[in-house]
Design a protein around this ligand. Structure first.
Ligand SMILES: *Cc1c(COP(=O)(O)O)cnc(C)c1O
Length: 381
């Protein structure tokens, strides 16, 4: 076994694909410490710095004092503390759905909800750029899986014309804001396609909530909330806490409470975490100036670099090879910035990149200086 592991690692290292866990302390909004160096971070998903908001921290501490550090059991046993009810009502209201269910994480939401709805005689269509946990959920469902070209509604339509009638139910999976590309899915067009072919549309809005659509997420298009029937997301990015959710109809939510293994057989979230998420959502729903900031910062950056206008808080700088991406990341680290090189298999081969994320914590001057440093790094590698 040691030899097996060693050989695999040697191969990864040779391809510059070995990863390591680096100790990283987020010591202040937008500021990170690695070893002795303090860096301005453009590599974090805490887009609104709510993980450090005094009211959010206070809510979490109060709930921990009152109800304890851990939930003690699965939600279906005795872990369903009273804070869940408030959080789920807030999510349903924000998304305009009948109901919402909170899971242990975004990952657990996808690997629980998808197999609870889909089975062997069903079809799952997914955007090829979907996150790993959507693929995992689809595989656990044991359905037939097809991927369509990234954001290509025509390709998805073609697959449906060819295959829809061979299967009982069909689910179409996409991300509202793509985690590694920062672009948005054409949700209105996908919803139309879904209705035409009797398909259920599910969006993963991990990077949309709190950032796009006035903070309400990627289902909101020019002020109008599109009726996406299955909207999942996470409480661990802009919300700043931890956990995942699915907003949907009451009947589907009740089915999932009965059938999603990752909900039923995993311990409920700590009360402090649920209280923090609840307070953070309250801020997202009311502080419209705050939720506008990450995108404004990202747009300032794309303007400065002459890139297509940012559609979210995520801007990729494509470098191609892993080597170039790693070098550019090192170059920026020397200049005082933390930006992580994203390599295959997280992204397709030859599309290694720097994934830059912008947050409300960044000042305009920080972004401008970072844009200059990024241009230099790109030119240097
Ligand atoms: C981060 C992420 C998840 C997983 O959410 P966690 O709460 O971190 O488990 C799911 N989907 C996408 C697109 C993500 O970026």
């Amino acid at each position: 076994m040691q030899q097996f592991a060693h050989e695999k690692l040697v191969r990864l290292e040779a391809q510059l694909l070995q990863r390591e866990l680096v100790i990283t302390d987020r010591i202040a909004p937008g500021i990170t410490r690695r070893g002795a160096t303090q860096l301005i971070s453009f590599a974090c998903n805490d887009y609104l710095s709510l993980s450090r908001h005094p009211d959010v921290i206070q809510a979490s501490v109060e709930a921990t004092r009152r109800l304890g550090v851990g939930a003690g059991a699965s939600r279906l046993v005795t872990g369903n503390h009273s804070l869940y009810q408030r959080l789920e009502a807030q999510l349903a209201k924000l998304k305009g759905t009948e109901d919402a269910i909170v899971f242990g994480s975004g990952y657990l939401t996808n690997i629980g909800a998808i197999p609870a709805l889909m089975g062997r005689s069903d079809l799952i269509l997914m955007d090829e750029a979907c996150h790993s946990c959507l693929y995992s959920g689809a595989r656990l469902a044991r359905s037939r899986i097809f991927t369509f070209k990234h954001n290509d509604v025509g390709d998805a339509a073609e697959l449906l014309r060819l295959h829809r009638t061979e299967y009982r139910y069909c689910l179409l999976l996409t991300e509202g804001v793509f985690s590694m590309d920062g672009d948005r899915a054409p949700i209105a067009a996908l919803l139309k396609l879904a209705n035409e072919f009797d398909v259920w549309l599910m969006t993963d809005d991990a990077h949309g909530l709190g950032v796009v659509g006035d903070g309400r997420g990627s289902n909101v298009d020019a002020g109008t909330a599109l009726p996406v029937p299955l909207q999942m997301g996470t409480l661990s990015k802009a919300v700043g806490a931890y956990g995942g959710y699915l907003c949907t109809s009451r009947a589907v939510a009740d089915l999932i409470r009965n059938r999603a293994r990752s909900l039923i057989y995993s311990t409920a979230l700590p009360p402090g975490t649920v209280a923090a998420a609840s307070k953070a959502l309250e801020i997202i729903a009311t502080d419209k100036d705050l939720v506008r900031k990450p995108i404004e910062r990202a747009r300032l950056f794309t303007d400065k670099l002459g890139l297509p206008t940012a559609q979210s808080s995520i801007v990729p700088l494509l470098l191609g090879s892993s080597e170039r991406a790693l070098k550019a990341s090192e170059h920026l680290q020397q200049a005082g910035y933390l930006v992580v090189a994203i390599r295959p298999p997280t992204v397709p081969v030859d599309t290694a990149r720097l994934r830059c994320t912008f947050s409300a914590a960044h000042e305009t001057a920080d972004v401008e200086a970072f844009a200059r440093a990024a241009a230099e790094a790109l030119a240097a590698v």
